[in-house]
Design a protein around this ligand. Structure first.
Ligand code: XMP
Length: 497
């Protein structure tokens, strides 16, 4: 009944996730017995197969810390100068809680940079030097500042001085420890500091209470050998990217992703070799690729992971503009079959808009899924919420959109030498989804139930079932796709948890 994958994917069609459907198999374990632990690349293990895309409306420090805290990873985008990107990596790795308050630092005799009070900044930390790496003297809370009449006043006139109400704790305390300290000392906040007294952040009771209410996934997130969150960073293949790489490595980046829409190029192959030669301990992910031949070239060059997808992203116009690409289900299946022979994990990048797509990507051979639109619009994504037609939205844009390319991302599309800029992506907005800490656990539970229906208790068993032909699948007609979605109702509310 149905088709084995090898037959379905060799008929000359380019299938998207929605085009294919698995036939159910046999269940002999509960959904909670499914393990989604996996590898991002040869040497980076994750307990959750989710990766936040290196896009400037998706992954900066806040998203990277949140993704690591639930066992996944965020790849910090490179659409900023290399020092700013390295600062984001440091920031994401600066604490062991999924919350970043983004404090601004000031000295007591400055007129504080109050324009810096934005959505993500709740307080100004006052230190001797006016910067981090310095002794803490006090702080100014956003709420106090907003009530203040005399805006020309100096910080020392209205800061809360350090006294017995300040409790400093080591930077690497986890959420449960901080919660215990706040409770025991009956405080509203704690200050995180490093061994050398450098102030890192503040964590408020309000934030801890918010996060505590979310479903608990794991005891511990993605933590590297340095005891810090595992964080990745994107880079390009230009000469100047060698300097960027150096800054990223100094900041403690655990893995770099060579960010290109067409990775099978001499530039990328040379950069893969350079990274492996210069930093043999650092994993390098190559891509994007969608064919076996492309994948083979990058594997030969020494990549530790492959990013798969061309034109499948929600904001992508590459297939329309350049007439190249591949349906994402076919691309993931084809590249995974060849990558598996060399032990190179595959990241299915783009085109994920529901938990079913994640199940399909993983079962078809990917080890992780990389998401843009699925995570954009969350609390942790960069940018402020706006109101559009009565909906709360956040901006989400393609890195190949004209707007993003003016900041430097045109190198991703190898267009940095071209006189005329051609967009391969659009600028749009996505709905407010709340915190990734809240909705990803539900998404992953749904993925586990999909695995259970297929009789796959782990990533390896899913791949074995598919390749051995035990797992059967079929292409869906247009009508079957309509039938597989909600249909025939006058109205309904889309609510999954
Ligand atoms: P989703 O579907 O998750 O896709 O929103 C995110 C992925 O899309 C890729 N990307 C682009 N592709 N033009 C493209 O052709 C673009 O402007 C663009 N921006 C991002 C990227 O692989 C990302 O992870």
């Amino acid at each position: 009944d149905g088709y084995a994958s090898v037959k379905l994917f060799n008929q000359g069609y380019s299938y998207t996730y929605d085009d294919v459907i698995f036939l159910p198999h046999y269940i002999d374990f509960p959904a909670d017995a499914v393990s989604l632990s996996t590898r991002l690349s040869r040497n980076i293990a994750l307990s959750v197969p989710c990766v936040a895309s290196p896009m400037d409306t998706v992954t900066e420090a806040h998203m990277a810390a949140a993704m690591a805290s639930i066992g996944g990873i965020g790849i910090i985008h490179s659409n900023v100068p290399s020092l700013s990107q390295a600062a984001m990596v440091r920031r994401a790795k600066s604490s062991r809680v999924p919350i970043l308050s983004n404090p601004v630092f000031a000295s007591p005799d400055s007129r504080a940079p109050f324009d810096d009070f934005n959505d993500e900044c709740s307080c100004i930390l006052v230190t001797e030097s006016g910067a981090a790496n310095s002794k803490l003297l006090g702080c100014v809370w956003k709420r106090d500042w907003l009530n203040l009449k005399e805006r020309e006043a100096k910080v020392m006139q209205y800061m809360q001085s350090i006294d017995s109400s300040f409790v400093c704790v080591p930077w690497n305390c986890d959420l449960a420890q901080i919660d215990g300290i706040l409770e025991e000392k009956k405080r509203d906040f704690v200050v995180l500091e490093k061994e050398d007294g450098e102030v890192v952040d503040v964590v408020t009771k309000e934030e801890v209470e918010r996060v505590k209410g979310y479903p608990k996934l794991l005891e511990k997130g993605s933590v590297g050998s340095d005891g810090k969150w595992i964080v990745g960073a994107a880079m390009g293949t230009r000469e100047s990217d060698k300097e960027r790489l150096e800054h990223l490595v100094k900041a403690g980046t655990n893995v770099v992703v060579l960010d290109s829409s067409q990775g099978n190029s001499i530039y990328q192959i040379e950069m893969i070799k350079y990274v492996k030669r210069t930093y043999p301990e650092l994993d390098v992910i190559g891509g994007n690729v969608v064919t076996v031949a492309q994948a083979k070239n990058l594997i030969e060059a020494g990549v530790d992971g492959l990013r798969v997808g061309m034109g499948s992203g929600s904001i992508c116009t590459t297939q329309e503009v350049c007439a190249v690409g591949r349906g994402q289900a076919t691309a993931v299946y084809k590249v995974s079959s060849i990558a598996a022979q060399s032990g190179v994990p595959v990241i299915a990048d783009g085109g994920i808009s529901n938990s079913g797509h994640i199940v399909k990507a993983l079962v078809l051979g990917a080890s992780t899924v990389m998401m843009g639109s699925f995570l954009a619009g969350s609390t942790e994504a960069p940018g402020a919420y706006e109101c559009q037609n009565g909906h709360r939205v956040k901006k989400y844009r393609g890195m190949g959109s004209l707007e993003a390319m003016t900041k430097g991302s045109d190198a991703r599309y190898l267009g940095d030498t071209a006189k005329l800029k051609i967009a391969q992506g659009v600028v749009g907005a996505v709905a407010d989804k709340g915190s990734v800490l809240k909705f990803l656990p539900y998404t992953l539970q749904a993925v586990k139930q999909g695995f259970q229906d297929l009789g796959a208790s782990s990533m390896d068993s899913a791949h074995d079932l598919l390749r051995s032909g035990v797992l059967r699948l079929e292409a869906r007609t247009g009508a079957a796709q309509v039938e597989g979605g909600v249909h025939g109702l006058v109205s309904y509310e889309k609510k999954y948890f």
